[in-house]
Structures are given as structure tokens and as C-alpha cells.
Design a protein around this ligand. Structure first.
Ligand code: GLP
Length: 252
């Protein structure tokens, strides 16, 4: 299998700029680009840069179809912690993407079983993903494919590990001591599967910070194992890693 392309940039902002340049290249190359998009702090700089390119460099999202990687189950679409709000706030409200061309799993779908099939079919009907942009959890999760004994190929409902939940909701983690029920909020998420990601024609993973260093090194140089879901990217022939120095200096 062709080894991945690895870029190690000086800092977070440089990582975001290079990531955005790669995304913009795909958008400009395909008149109807299909993207899979992440959430999380790593992607905030990427979206800031893409919005800047839209405003200053004529980058148009008019032909883009976007599928987010994941969304929590059972929350309203205007939940401030939800990914509908995150994506509107960071990207979709600031670019010219058509309102019916961006998609996330429906957190309030009546039937989760039907919703995962609908989402997977929607991606197929769009012609598959040209570029899947990923972040990575400190435990190696991509989208919400958490480490474990097995991984799931297609879109499904996943349970967040304690580690991920605590990292994603540090404010709630304090309340949880007094009220264990708090853990049930944002406990489950719709996520595309490992197979959905691996069917993308190009994969771009961004990672920043020392906390990601070991897991990214393992993903690139270690065994392919469900204990590090990002290691499955070794099975793909067209993967690019854009890392900041803290996450990637082991590769220099
Ligand atoms: C979340 C998202 C992932 C994302 C990851 C990294 O749990 N579901 O898709 O890649 O966390 O987040 P961050 O960039 O904030 O470290």
C-alpha cells in the first residue's frame, strides 16, 4: 500500500492553512466536490481559513456537497453542543454552500436504524466522498469510531467512551460527580463507519498538540488494530496527514 503523505507544520495556524489549501484544491478541481467534514477544536482553524478564502480569494462552495462525520443522538438541532450548531457557526453560515447541500445525521430521527441507512445511502447517491477530512481523538478515534475489540464498517450509532465524553464535555464532567445522570447526555452519537471513511477517494487527517502525538505515530507506523481506529487509514492508498509540530515532530 502506498505510504501516506505526511506534512509537519510549525504550529496550529500553519496546519490549518495547509489543510485549507488542500481542501480548496479539491473544491476547485471538482465542479461538484463531495466532502466529509469533521468537528472539534482541530477543525476550527481549518474552517476559519476556508471562510477567509471564500471572502478574499473567490473560493466558492456553491457546487460542494458536505457530509459531516457524526452527530449526537437525541439532541435538538439547535443544541449548542451539537454539531449542526458547530458547523453553521464555523463554516456553513459564512460561505455560499447551498442550504440543501450540507448534511448531518438527524439527531431526532424517529428510527436510528433507518437513519443510519438513510445517511449511508445519501453519501452513495452523491457519488461517494472525494475528500474525507478527519480529526483524531487522543485515543485514536476517527469520527466517533472509538477504540475497542471491533470496528463497524458503515454508518451506525456509537457509544462514546468515558475518555472521549470527558474530553468533549469538560464542563459537564464536573456536574457528573453530583449527578451521574449527566453522563447520559451526549452518550450516543451517529457516526460514519470505518468503511465509509475508507471508501473516500482521498483522506486528509489533521492533528494538533502533544496529546495526539503517540496515537498519530501509532496510526502511521504501528499495527493496524481496532484499538487505534486511525491505524485503519494504513489500508487506504491516498491519505495525507497534516500535523503541527507538537503532534508530528516524531516524523521529522
Ligand atoms: C470529536 C469528533 C471527532 C474529532 C475529535 C477530535 O469527538 N467526533 O470527529 O476528530 O473529537 O476533536 P479535537 O479536534 O477537539 O481534538
Amino acid at each position: 500500500m502506498k505510504p501516506p503523505t505526511i506534512h509537519v507544520e510549525a504550529d496550529y495556524d500553519a496546519m490549518a492553512r495547509l489543510g485549507a489549501t488542500i481542501v480548496a484544491g479539491v473544491i476547485r478541481q471538482h465542479s461538484r466536490a463531495v466532502l466529509a467534514l469533521p468537528t472539534g477544536s482541530t477543525s476550527v482553524g481549518l474552517y476559519r481559513e476556508l471562510v477567509r478564502m471564500h471572502r478574499n480569494d473567490g473560493l466558492s462552495f456553491e457546487g460542494v456537497t458536505a457530509f459531516n462525520l457524526d452527530e449526537y443522538v437525541g439532541i435538538p438541532k439547535d443544541d449548542p453542543e451539537g454539531y449542526h450548531v458547530f458547523m453553521r457557526h464555523n463554516l456553513f453560515d459564512h460561505v455560499d454552500i447551498k442550504p440543501d447541500s450540507w448534511h448531518l445525521p438527524d439527531p431526532l430521527a424517529a428510527s436510528p436504524g433507518a437513519e443510519v441507512r438513510r445517511y449511508e445511502n445519501l453519501i452513495d447517491d452523491a457519488g461517494g466522498i472525494d475528500l474525507a477530512v478527519l480529526g483524531v481523538g487522543a485515543n485514536g478515534h476517527i469520527a466517533f469510531n472509538e477504540p475497542g475489540d471491533t470496528l463497524t464498517g458503515s454508518t451506525h450509532v456509537a457509544q462514546l467512551t468515558d475518555d472521549t465524553w470527558t474530553r468533549n464535555f469538560p464542563a459537564l464532567a464536573a456536574q457528573r460527580v453530583a449527578n451521574p445522570q449527566v453522563r447520559a447526555r451526549y452518550a450516543d452519537a451517529y457516526t460514519v463507519g470505518i468503511g465509509t471513511i475508507l471508501r473516500a477517494r482521498h483522506i486528509l487527517l489533521l492533528a494538533s498538540g502533544q496529546a495526539k502525538s503517540a496515537v498519530v505515530a501509532g496510526a502511521i507506523r504501528g499495527a493496524v488494530t481496532p484499538q487505534n481506529p486511525a491505524s485503519f487509514l494504513q489500508l487506504h492508498a491516498n491519505t495525507t496527514f497534516v500535523l503541527d509540530n507538537a503532534a508530528g515532530n516524531w516524523a521529522l
